[in-house]
Design a protein around this ligand. Structure first.
Ligand SMILES: [Zn+2]
Length: 133
């Protein structure tokens, strides 16, 4: 039976109770896709999370309000590039368009932009418009 070994690093804090009325989640549960969503208990707590169990690693579904926090927690550790960040997060968590969200947020990350500018030191700090999906 699929299970979580512990609450994943960066987990947003919502439980199955909060997840159950989420329209995006309801949409995922009723539409045909490769996800296998079920309730999983987090050991050592009374928390139950709705997780995707279609992959070797059980991945909690993250509510829209908590995605940015999850991104910050994982991307903020070592500021990996956008591709590494997408891999880091989509291995551990699931939400619709997780890859494009993480890619966009990585590209917009001020810490990463600043460290790049220090290295190349040729272009001034500027705001980039976000790329359409
Ligand atoms: Zn960054």
């Amino acid at each position: 039976m699929p299970r979580l070994k512990h609450p994943p690093v960066g987990w947003g804090g919502s439980n199955a109770e909060a997840q159950k009325d989420d329209t995006e989640l309801l949409d995922l549960q009723t539409r045909d896709n490769s996800l296998k969503l079920e309730k999983i208990e987090v050991p050592g707590s009374d928390v139950t999370l709705i997780c995707d169990t279609s992959m070797p690693r059980t991945r909690p579904f993250v509510l829209a309000s908590e995605r940015r926090r999850v991104f910050n927690a994982l991307h903020g550790l070592r500021l990996p590039g956008s591709r590494a960040t997408v891999r880091l997060i989509s291995l551990r968590f699931v939400w619709p368009r997780v890859q494009s969200d993480c890619r966009n947020w990585s590209r917009a990350c001020l810490h990463c932009q600043r460290s790049k500018i220090t290295r190349h030191n040729s272009s001034p700090l500027q705001t980039f418009a976000s790329t359409p999906l």
